[in-house]
Structures are given as structure tokens and as C-alpha cells.
Design a protein around this ligand. Sequence first.
Ligand code: HEC
Length: 337
Amino acid sequence: MDKVTPDEIAAVIGKINPLYPAKDKSLNAELCRVLSYLDAPQVVSKTIGLMKATQTQTIAYDKEMLDRHEYGKNILKMMSNTPNSLNIHYAYSLRQVQNGWTLEDRKYYFGWLNETLEKSGGKSFSGYIRAIRKDAIDHLPAKDATAVSWLLGEIAGVDLSKLPMAKGPGVAWTVDSAMKHFNTDLKGRSFNNGKKMFAAGRCVACHRFEGSGGYSGPDLGSLGNRYSIRDILVAICEPSQSISEQYQASVVTLKDGGSVSGRIIYKNDKEIALATNPFNFADLDKSPIANVKKVEPSQISMMPPGMIFSMNKDELKDLVAYLISAGNPKHPAFDKN
Ligand code: HEC
């Protein structure tokens, strides 16, 4: 109804916050709904705690009867992979809450939604989960969006076959051989060609820049403020030299031999799912937890080396100018003289 005043909000939170969480599930569902609406400071941590503890409830059904019927078989199939419906309510309630998120909460929240998208429901199920996820992404402050960007992608990647190609001839660039071309200030570079190289080097498939691009790597929009040209070249030529923690991949060693490496998209008491292909985070490799021996951070970057090997020196210079320009065609690197 009418907008509540800050005093009223504080008074209501003061009354009902101590009651949450309660022992009763239905009560928790309502308390969560109201506290989320009021943006109560502790509703996120309490609710994420509940989401972690809530077991999927199976609905009572007659397996034998369903088994006999053609349509019943579909229902059984769905039942074998049912989502956690109470948690859907919690995720829905939290989608617009602004207060009290830690980075861990955000990771859990979006990881949970991604995991749930893999579940079966009715025909519209994934559409509703996607809508909750979209609303949550729309309400995410920019700084948090950067930190969990790899969980937000609409994960389908850029169509690699449609990307332009560099003219070349290519060079097996090293930091030193590339640096030779950056001894003097960058001048007279081409903005449009730099942008084209950002696509030709497939950077666009994994990095956001000027608001578009993929999510498996960091947003490169502010690179020019943070990095020298040498740092940029090191990041491109030797990606595994320093890996930012947020983007670090993991290696999962399996009990029955072998290992899988990639970004952990979710982990629950049954399975662990890794995105093994940085070009397509929808491609999940799942292993049963029972078969996991250990999980360790990977020392190898998910960014492949050699992404600039198809470029000649002018193309490389245009790319670097584009990166340091933060997408501004008026940057001095593009001045004609
Ligand atoms: C297949 C995905 C992928 C492609 C393609 C890719 N990158 Fe990356 N990049 C990553 C990931 C993941 C990281 C973060 C992990 C790391 O630091 O190695 C990263 C890190 C970086 C960093 C360091 C950023 C920082 O904030 O520390 C730079 C700079 C960079 N990439 C530039 C590029 C450029 C330029 C291209 C194209 C020529 C490119 N990348 C292509 C995935 C990719």
C-alpha cells in the first residue's frame, strides 16, 4: 500500500527480526517475505543460512500408479530431479534486497540459481527461475556485479565463428618482443581496428568492455587506469603468471583416477559442477561428491595464451590503444599526429 516511513520500517523490523528464523517453515516463508520487503539488514545472511540447510521436499506420490501411465512417466522423471521449492521462495524474496550481502552470499545465491536452472519443473519452470535471476541481476550494485560477473552470464557465449580475423602475418609475441613497439607514446592508432582486434583475439568472448562481451574473465573497461602497457602485455602473453583470485579455476581430483579443471559453478552435497570451457560456461562437467578426492585452486589461467598470435604489430598496437582508451575514441592514442 502506501510507502512506509523509515520509523515504521525500523519498528516492524525490531519486532519481527528476532522471530526469524522460526522453527516453522510456513512462518519462515512469511517472515522472509516481509523482512525482504523492508530490506532488513540481517535478512540476507539469515535466509542464505536457511537456503543452505533446507532439504528438498519430495511430494508424496504413488510411484506404482504413475509408472503405469504414459504421462505419469514424465512426472516421475521430473520427480527424480525436483527443485527445492522453499528455496525458490527464498531466492524470489531476496532478489531485490540491497542490504547486508557479503560476497560469499552473492556467490551462493547466484550459484544456487544456476544450479536450479538445471533442475526439472513444469514447462515454464526455467522461465520463472530466469526471471528471478534477471531481476536479481538488475538490482545488483555495479561493484558486486564485477565480483560475481562469472556467475551472471547468459552463459551462452559469443558465436566464435562470426568473429573477424586479424590480417597478420601473425607473430608468436612475447612480452619483450611486443614491448619494443611501445617505447614511444601511442599515437595515430585506429579505434575501429582496435575494436575489431578485441573481437579477432576473441577477448570479447570472455571479457566485457563498454558494457558488452562475455563474463568468464574480468571487465576490462578500466584497464587503462589500473595497468601499464607492460602489465597488459604480461596479462595477455603470460596469463598464468598472476591470476586474480576471483577468476581462479579449480582442479578437482577424482577418486577413480583423473581430474577435471575449471570454474566451480556450484557445489552441493551430491555433486560439484565445473565450467571447463571458458568460451561457454553453460557447458558443465558434473562429478558426484562421493567420487571427489580433493579440490584445489588451479595454477593455470582459464585465459588461453597466444590470443594475439594472429596479429601483426600494427594490429597489436591498435588493440592496446583500444584497451587503454576505455572505449573513448577521443583518447590521445587515436590522435592523428
Ligand atoms: C577464453 C577466455 C579468455 C579469452 C579469449 C581472453 N581472456 Fe583475458 N582473461 C580471461 C580470464 C579468465 C582472466 C582472469 C584470470 C587471469 O588473470 O588469468 C583474464 C585476464 C585478463 C587480463 C588481466 C585483467 C585483470 O584485471 O587482472 C587482461 C588484461 C586480459 N585478460 C586481456 C585479454 C585480451 C586483450 C584478450 C584478447 C586478445 C583476452 N584477454 C582473451 C579469459 C580470457
